[in-house]
Design a protein around this ligand. Structure first.
Ligand SMILES: Nc1nc2c(ncn2[C@@H]2O[C@H](COP(=O)(O)OP(=O)(O)OP(=O)(O)O)[C@@H](O)[C@H]2O)c(=O)[nH]1
Ligand SMILES: [Mg+2]
Length: 149
């Protein structure tokens, strides 16, 4: 059986690659992703896939190789981009992630509302790669507590 990866999904510039770097712990520089990037433990999806409903089928197909699907919402710019109940299209466990929690705390409620509208009924992790908030909690959830931090 192929190894399953954590699939990281979210709009352009929401913080996907920044999160992937922390999950991979490989120290590679952040770069724009024109297409899916397969890391050792992650799949970094292009933002355009969630910005265009015609691409949802690619996300759903790619999620067959996923252990979890992380759906990211950017607290600094909580644009309403996902279709209602989008999360329910996946057969893998879906995890809501609110990114950039060091910015615009006043947007937290609208991010939570958005995740509920998307049909995320699994856990929700507020994270910041700047302050480190929520990163260890997310890693524990995804990989268990044995992982290096
Ligand atoms: N303040 C703050 N900025 C962040 C955080 N996470 C990411 N950023 C910034 O947000 C910008 C986009 O981050 P990326 O990780 O490249 O986002 P992405 O979703 O991979 O972007 P695309 O691949 O272009 O769709 C960068 O300037 C990051 O430094 C965070 O937790 N806090
Ligand atoms: Mg990226």
């Amino acid at each position: 059986m192929r190894k399953k990866r954590v699939m990281v999904v979210g709009p352009t510039q929401c913080g996907k690659t920044s999160l992937v770097r922390l999950l991979e712990q490989d120290g590679k520089p952040v770069r724009r992703t024109p297409d899916m990037i397969y890391g050792k433990v992650t799949m970094d999806c292009p933002g355009s896939y969630v910005e265009n409903a015609d691409s949802y089928k690619h996300l759903i197909a790619a999620s067959q190789d996923a252990s979890h699907v992380l759906l990211l919402v950017d607290q600094s710019r909580p644009i309403d981009i996902y279709s209602p109940r989008f999360a329910q299209a996946f057969t893998k466990p879906v995890v809501g992630v609110i990114t950039k929690t060091d910015l615009k705390p006043e947007n937290r409620e609208s991010c939570l509302r958005q995740l509920k509208l998307m049909g995320v009924d699994g856990p929700i992790f507020p994270i910041s790669v700047k302050t480190g908030e929520g990163i260890n909690e997310l890693k524990d959830y995804l990989f268990g507590s044995a992982v290096d931090k």
